[in-house]
Design a protein. Structure first.
Ligand code: NFA
Length: 98
């Protein structure tokens, strides 16, 4: 019978999942328009946001496209790198734990 007693453990049973930044790296060859297309296509940015992030990568060497679970971040990295390769651009996407 339910007497209203709640059992509590000493510590939380689970840790919050790690989050991963997906970052884009600058290079000297990938056209700016292609980078903007990637940011809109794979990261759901509007053109103004995509332009701002592209310019941040261009001037600062790298930039954050978004923060995701490991599974989603891995998929974004694979998709972006494959898309860049298909179009014969050296654009590189990586993930790093936050
Ligand atoms: N640096 C590239 C150029 O001048 C543009 C670029 C931006 C490439 C962001 C990669 C990432 N064409």
């Amino acid at each position: 019978q339910d007497d209203g007693v709640v059992l509590e453990t000493e510590r939380p049973a689970v840790k919050p999942p790690k989050r991963y930044q997906v970052v884009l790296l600058n290079d000297d060859f990938t056209p700016m328009d292609f980078v903007v297309d990637v940011l809109m296509r794979f990261f759901g940015m509007d053109e103004a946001k995509a332009n701002a992030v592209m310019l941040a990568v261009h001037t600062q060497g790298k930039g954050v496209c978004g923060v995701y679970s490991r599974e989603v971040a891995e998929m974004k990295v694979m998709q972006v790198n494959q898309y860049a390769r298909e179009h014969q651009h050296p654009l590189q996407c990586e993930m790093e734990v936050v």
